[in-house]
Design a protein around this ligand. Structure first.
Ligand code: EPZ
Length: 444
């Protein structure tokens, strides 16, 4: 099991390119199940979750057919519809496996998907996904830990579906309903749909495949079902959470970074809070290739931060609010602020695995329910730390880069699920990070 050993106190400076989005790529890959023709995706990140999704799709008869080419280009072709069972072994390693549900139901009329369990960031129910499937006419039952969904003889029929829950809408639930409704009979209206940019990216792919969808990216999505979908070629949107993480990495190291391919338009709430903290994020026009119009989804931006980090109040919210997936990294930054910050987590109220670990590094954090008060300290101190979730682990890498001395972040396989070659990319801009293999039981 690998760890990162980080020598803190180095300023980041240089240029990084933001990769294609993990959370967009996973449902886009699953959408290839909706057609018998090949679907090509570009700028696919090289991540453990993507490899797990490929494994799951292969079991479901949908294979990558361009092995050996550019590894960021993936052509998926669903040629065998005989197995529609997404097994526990795979879904438990990657909760996003649940996003095969809508495409399988839409194309094959029946499927069996292992019920995803909770995970380190809290309970992860899927009642809203199932509500959506039922509203389209599907029959849903449980058998041996699997969700069994079948379409009645007349096929799926469009409906008006409300997808709001106690914590807002559901991103993958919206993706699932959109995929199934794309090939249902008649019109579906999803009310209280998730507005996350990854939902809009999925809609863009489905439209390229022949679907009729409008309103994706807003709370009301209208889908007019078509009999079948076909081939498509689509470039995945840049990863806004990776971009936000690197913005904060620059800030916490008092650095000066240029991020290329940055989806600034999807990060407005994050940039607003960073500005309040004292971080400058400026688009760099001269890096735009001649003749290319300005694209706020793929900008080059320069991020700099003064010496003083100002405290702020932040509440995580569904998009376009401040994203839960950047909360942990922001807490790392605020541990060094000049005063008290208040952070409230409204999407996953228990998503605070990083708090105890940051405390081991000298941070002063007081948690009460879904809120933490972070009292800024003058410095953090290196320590061995570990977190069992992707973004909490990213937060510890940021803290380690700012801390005095050596920090060992254990079990970085969580990071490898969502950040491609994080250590070498940060090393390229001045961080001192090495990956070491640690034998299980030795020091963990
Ligand atoms: C997506 O998960 C992301 N995962 C998560 O990214 C992200 O944190 C989350 O959206 C919120 O933005 C992928 O895209 C692969 P939800 P998802 O359904 O779709 C409740 C990361 O670090 N809810 O939008 O599974 C739920 O408990 C990750 O990259 C229900 O009540 O999240 C939560 O409070 C982790 N019933 C809220 O809604 C349901 O049926 C939002 O969850 C579904 C969800």
């Amino acid at each position: 099991m690998d760890s990162f050993v980080i020598e803190g106190g180095r300023r980041l400076a240089g240029k990084l390119r933001i990769n294609g989005s993990k959370n967009a790529a996973l449902p886009l890959m699953a959408a290839a199940l909706l057609t018998d023709e090949p679907v090509t995706l570009r700028d696919v990140p090289d991540l453990a979750d993507i490899r797990n999704m490929l494994r799951l799709l292969a079991e479901l008869g949908c294979h990558r057919v361009n092995e050996g080419d550019d590894r960021r280009v993936m052509t998926l072709h669903a040629t065998d519809r005989s197995n529609s069972h997404a097994r526990y072994d795979i879904v438990r390693t990657m909760r996003a496996g649940v996003c095969v549900l809508g495409p399988l139901l839409g194309r094959r009329g029946t499927c069996r998907v292992s019920m995803p369990g909770g995970c380190a960031i809290g309970d992860r129910p899927i009642d809203l996904h199932l509500r959506g499937m039922r509203a389209l006419g599907a029959e849903v039952s449980m058998d041996a830990g699997d969700i069994v969904v079948t379409v009645p003889p007349g096929g799926l029929v469009g409906a008006t579906i409300f997808l709001g829950g106690p914590f807002g809408s559901t991103v993958l639930g919206t993706a699932n309903v959109m995929c199934a409704a794309a090939v249902a009979r008649g019109r579906t209206v999803i009310e209280s749909a998730a507005c996350e940019p990854e939902v809009a990216d999925l809609a863009a792919l489905l439209v390229r495949m022949g679907a009729r969808i409008s309103g994706a990216g807003t709370p009301r999505i209208t889908i007019d079902g078509v009999p079948q979908l076909g081939k498509a070629d689509h470039t995945i949107m840049p990863d806004r959470i990776e971009a936000g993480t690197f913005l904060m990495a620059a800030a916490i190291t008092n650095g000066d970074l240029v991020l290329d391919n940055c989806p600034t338009d999807t990060l407005l709430a994050t940039i607003d809070r960073l500005n309040a903290i004292g971080v400058e994020v400026e688009p760099i026009e001269f890096l735009r290739p001649a003749g290319h119009p300005a694209d706020p989804q793929r900008q080059a931006v320069r991020v700099t931060c003064g010496r003083v980090i100002r405290p702020v109040e932040v509440t995580t919210q569904p998009h376009p609010g401040f994203p839960t997936d950047l909360q942990a990294q922001l807490v790392a930054l605020l541990t060094l602020a000049d005063g008290n910050s208040v952070i409230t987590e409204r999407i996953f109220p228990d998503r605070f695995l990083h708090v105890a670990e940051l405390t081991r590094m000298g941070a002063k954090i007081f948690r009460q329910g879904p809120t933490v008060i972070v009292s800024g300290v003058r410095e953090l101190h290196g320590a061995p730390v570990m977190a069992s979730d992707l973004r909490a682990s990213a937060c510890l890498v940021l803290a380690g880069m700012a801390a005095q001395g050596t920090t060992t972040v254990n079990r970085v396989y969580h990071l490898d699920r969502g950040y491609e070659s994080m250590e070498s990319r940060l090393r390229d801009v001045g961080a001192r990070i090495t990956r070491v293999s640690v034998k299980e039981g030795a020091g963990e």
